[in-house]
Ligand binder design. Structure first.
Ligand code: SAH
Length: 261
């Protein structure tokens, strides 16, 4: 599918995620490589690049990938970061620490929006999100290769996510930014018209008076409060039928005096 196609139906395009590469630089624990592959696959990402991994391939990586081993086996292995991102129009470095140097800092959500924007831009260029070593993160020289510096906002006293967990957070944001968020599902709500509401208030008034709850000589603002309550609820046809049915059945005047409405 061509990325230049406008998205007419607002249907998210999975090919966008296909153009976003996750780059793990110097990963030390094969388990993290496997878990990162799994984190990617559940979010629809598929392009994994490994720069000088300490141990790869490795049985522990395959075990932790748990079903994402296809993605793991397809990973490209590079000697340098430069080679892993050579075809990328945008590289976003990730770090738990804010360093003093002046890289433009961006949170995961906004970084994901930028990545998706670039991946939708219409050329075939890729986007890379670059992750660092478990012990020491990315070197400054590696962050220099990145145009943006992504930080997942975390507890300042304990800011470092596990590598695969960081990949998971970013992969999730990429998926949502691509348009795969689940809109809150609400059933269509069609409130009844004003005339029906007036019918309810009249019926309510009669039954409240008949029951003795409302003294017509001293009505105070009871009906106004009830109007406020029911207009906030904005009942639909079915709810209105229930309310009217309840009033009929609670009416102390008995069957013969009950309104026919
Ligand atoms: N001690 C290292 C921690 C590295 S954690 C450091 O301070 O940089 C391994 C990798 O996970 C990091 O290089 C980064 O790519 C990612 N990561 C961990 N926590 C993160 C956070 N809060 N925001 C962005 N990336 C994070």
């Amino acid at each position: 599918m061509s990325q230049a196609e406008p998205n007419r139906d607002n249907v998210p395009d999975p090919a966008i995620l296909g153009r976003i590469r996750i780059v793990l630089v110097g990963a030390q624990h094969p388990g993290n490589i496997g878990a990162a592959a799994r984190a990617m696959k559940v979010m629809g990402l598929s392009d994994l690049a490994l720069v000088a991994p300490e141990r790869y391939p490795d049985a522990e990586a395959t075990a932790r990938a748990s079903g994402a081993d296809d993605l793991l086996m397809a990973a490209a292995v590079h000697d340098t970061l430069d080679s892993a991102i050579a075809d990328c129009a945008l590289a976003i470095g990730t770090s738990a620490r804010s360093r003093r140097t002046e890289w433009p800092l961006i949170d995961a959500r906004n970084a994901a929006l930028r990545a998706v924007e670039q991946a939708t831009a219409g050329n075939d260029a890729r986007v890379a999100i670059v992750f660092g070593r478990e012990r020491s993160g990315l070197l400054n020289e590696e962050l220099d290769r990145c145009q943006l510096h992504l930080q997942v906002p975390t507890n300042p006293d304990y800011s470092s996510l596990n590598l695969a967990a960081a990949v998971q957070v970013v992969a999730y944001e990429l998926r949502v930014a691509t348009g795969f968020g689940i809109a809150a599902t609400t059933t269509p709500h069609e409130p009844v018209a004003a005339g029906d509401m007036e019918g309810l208030y009249q019926h309510l008034h009669e039954v409240l008076v008949a029951s003795g709850f409302l003294d017509p000589q001293k009505p105070r603002i009871l009906m106004r409060r009830l109007r406020r309550l029911f207009s906030r609820a904005a009942p639909d046809r079915i709810e209105m039928n229930i309310l009217r049915g309840m009033l009929r059945s609670l009416d102390p005047r008995g069957e013969t005096n009950r309104r026919r409405s």
